[in-house]
Design a protein around this ligand. Sequence first.
Ligand code: NAP
Ligand code: ZN
Length: 335
Amino acid sequence: MSEIHGLAVHAAGAHLLAYKYDPGELKAHEVEIKISHCGVCHSDVHLIDNDWGISKYPFIPGHEIVGTVVAVGSDVTDRTMGERVGVGWQADSCGICEWCRQGEENLCAKAQPTCVGRNGGFADRVRVNSRFAVPVPTALESENAAPLMCAGITVYSPLRNYDVRPSSRVGVIGIGGLGHLGIQFAKAFGAEVTAFSTSKDKEAEAKSLGAHNFVNTRDTGALKKVAGSFDLLLSTVSADQDWQAYVNALRPKGMLCLVGAAPAPVQVQAASLITHQKAISGSNTGSPHDLAEMLDVAARHGVKAITERFAMAKANDAVTKVKKNQVRYRAVLTN
Ligand code: NAP
Ligand code: ZN
């Protein structure tokens, strides 16, 4: 097999530089994918900057991959040459623990992220365990589908797992890559949707995507006005927030689910959870089964990422724009 060419970061916060590596022999359970598109998730930015202390340099970021299967290992029976597939945050898991066996591979203790300790999708090709290469429905364009592989599944899973239904009132906090898909999926689940944003200029677009209401979180009084309103609040923000105000915004039995990786400990009054039986949770991407289901729902309900396209060689420009919160709403690199 020939070398894989991509863009790697060699130290925390550094620019991406051209990089190649020898992937060695294709393993029996692996597929090799020729990448056409790769989204730029804010988690890539966290990894580039080593915000989570787990980055190993050099590495090629990228975990919102769409491409074509160009090689299959000798034991692979679930994927075929030429098939269009997507890969998200996860590239492998043990396959035998209780979580893998019940189709919750994202909870496996040996879950292998696509671009932590290995090389991801800012490249011409990538290899993963075939179980984590999910077919992309023909109704979805590759550029719009790539961001679904991480951003999409991350907002879809809590809506599904916390039983959102037409009577539900859902708030999506932070209207970026994840959030703009969260609005669309919450609408597809039939919920009343409220967008919470620091960016006033996103109001019209949030509403066109399906938000019924828009709360400008720069307006300190606005959060108080929606106290007691929501069954589910989904925070996609990577910065610390007034979590108590969001707990106060929940209805009895409401859930504040964090998918955005805010750095500081989340502090709220215990009594504010106890009195009306509220909860705070986290959610981590989703399993291959849920990815396939989410892609099908996206295809049927017209959920798609609004993208800004960059040539792969311009990945540094895309990363800079993500850091400045200037992308509307997902940067996608193309080969
Ligand atoms: P993104 O595209 O940069 O969007 C984040 C949004 O948060 C921004 O567009 C902005 O929305 C809002 N925001 C940014 N800074 C803020 C601040 N200081 N205060 C309040 N709001 C702020 O990022 P993303 O790709 O959607 O990822 C969001 C977070 O989710 C990241 O932390 C990422 O690592 C995490 N993530 C988690 C999972 C998981 O499995 N749990 C999966 C993927 C990503 P407004 O302009 O509307 O305010
Ligand atoms: Zn991601």
